[in-house]
Write a protein that binds this ligand. Structure first.
Ligand SMILES: Cc1cc2nc3c(=O)[nH]c(=O)nc-3n(C[C@H](O)[C@H](O)[C@H](O)COP(=O)(O)OP(=O)(O)OC[C@H]3O[C@@H](n4cnc5c(N)ncnc54)[C@H](O)[C@@H]3O)c2cc1C
Length: 426
């Protein structure tokens, strides 16, 4: 057994002038429109997501900012988009804005743009970039979400059209999509399910929400992330022309995994913002609040927890930045802008491993930070006077399942460590 020394990599995550400018304008917007009072109001009122805020964020060029300029986006890199997600996660720790709205639209809008026809781009992607429409992802079905290849919806070719039948559940933004117009990335089976390779024979389409045969159901009564809806829809003999197909027939699984990577990366960045917000909310409180005659902040039990949360946030931020750096290099090969001149590339599965590490740890650490801070606040932490409980409820959505549950992230990591032959469900 011999220790293998990994190549030394020099990271430089110093903000560029362009990043500084973009972050400044996002902060100015958030200071004005995503105040604590507004977030509380959005959380109390629930969905649909406020249209003016969505349009305002879009006007900054930061929703689907990674879409190339020639397709209507801002052509920014993932590092910049991630830094923006962190800022928004800070201002809206319920993560309805950061993760529910921005990460879904950006992660999936960008991926749809990569594989869609000119028609879909013109009719849906460009308007969604401007805040006129909503686009999202609909993979989960009543039979389950973790098993991305285990879905039942089908598409059969009839003449020039595909006829689609099936059902999707727990889909972010169904109410917003219905009200604003737009549609979803869907996966359907275009051939038999092969027991040894269920991910084959899966094709992706763009489904306009107002297509004939689509019936949208009432949104669920979610526990958190209240400002954006989660709902479902059925598809009965929905006819889609070829130009609504995303990428090649039977390759949908691979494109979908790419889409998950893009969205998960931004969710992790949002969680860095949430943890920073928890620290900033809690620090003045524990310095002020006295128990047994002394401020809470004087007790080591509290200090140790604060220090642990701080460590975890800094580690998560560094990991998220390293992951964005890898993601930029991965896409740089395809002509996207990146901040590095590093002449190297990464296997997509290596990048996916890092993305799963931060998607697993990001929401878990943010949830834990919010829970600990709620305890420091005592009964006050259990009230709606502070955003801690709303952060705790919101972040939980990304722990239980949104964009893939915890165990699924661990399976992705273990696959890279052990090899594909050890994937448990094969
Ligand atoms: C607020 C919210 C928004 C969402 N938005 C969307 C959306 O926009 N689009 C969309 O398609 N879906 C969406 N989802 C659904 C999400 O993708 C699923 O919740 C997720 O994939 C898990 O699927 P499931 O809920 O069916 O749980 P299941 O697949 O039934 O899994 C249940 C539990 O078992 C664990 N598990 C699964 N497989 C294994 C295994 N092999 N080993 C060990 N443990 C395992 C899971 O981690 C999970 O904890 C959303 C969910 C939420 C909560």
């Amino acid at each position: 057994m011999q220790y293998k020394r990994r190549r030394k990599i020099v990271f430089d995550f110093t903000e560029t002038e362009n990043q500084k400018l973009m972050i400044k304008s996002v902060k100015e917007f958030c200071d004005r429109y995503l105040t604590s009072e507004k977030i509380r109001e959005m959380d109390d009122k629930g969905h649909p997501y406020p249209r003016d805020i969505a349009e305002g964020l879009c006007s900054l060029g930061i929703v689907m900012g990674t879409v190339p300029m020639e397709h209507g986006g801002s052509g920014i890199d993932w590092m910049t988009q991630g830094m923006i997600a962190e800022v928004i996660g800070y201002y809206d720790p319920t993560i309805a804005t950061a993760a529910g709205f921005m990460a879904v639209e950006t992660g999936w809008g960008f991926t749809i743009d990569r594989y869609c026809s000119k028609t879909v781009r013109e009719k849906y992607i460009k308007p969604a970039i401007n805040g006129e429409k909503f686009v999202g992802i609909a993979t989960t079905e009543p039979g389950g979400g973790s098993d991305v290849a285990g879905f039942k919806s089908t598409a059969k070719k009839e003449g020039d059209e595909w006829v689609i039948n099936g059902e999707k559940t727990f889909i972010s933004g169904t109410e917003e999509c219905q009200k604003w117009g737009g549609g979803y990335w869907i996966n359907v089976r275009t051939g038999p399910t092969l027991p040894e390779a269920p991910h084959r024979n899966m094709t992706s389409f763009f489904l306009p929400i107002d297509a004939d045969g689509v019936e949208v159901q009432e949104p669920y009564r979610d526990a958190g992330r209240m400002a954006i809806s989660t709902g479902g829809f059925t598809m009965k003999d929905v006819r889609l022309p070829e130009e609504y197909r995303l990428g090649e027939v039977n390759k949908g699984f691979y494109y979908t995994m790419e889409g998950f990577d893009n969205a998960r990366l931004l969710i992790a960045f949002s969680c860095v913002g949430v943890i920073q917000r928890v620290i900033d909310e809690a620090t003045p409180y524990i310095k002020e609040r006295k128990v047994f005659g002394r401020p809470l902040a004087k007790y080591e039990a509290i200090q140790f927890e604060l220090a642990e949360i701080y460590l975890e946030m800094e580690a998560l931020r560094l990991m998220a930045q390293k992951t964005a750096w890898m993601q930029d290099i991965r896409y740089q090969e395809e002509g996207m802008p990146a901040k590095t001149s590093e002449a190297r590339t990464f296997k997509p599965t290596e990048v996916a491993k890092w993305i799963s590490l931060i998607k697993w740890k990001g929401p878990s650490l943010a949830l834990d930070a919010a829970r600990k801070a709620m305890l420091w606040f005592g009964a006050a932490g259990y009230t709606k006077d502070y955003l801690l409980e709303a952060a705790w409820r919101g972040v939980m959505s990304y722990v239980v399942g949104a964009e893939g549950g915890l165990n699924i992230q661990k399976i992705v990591v273990a696959r890279e460590l052990l090899g594909k032959e050890f994937i448990p469900y094969k």
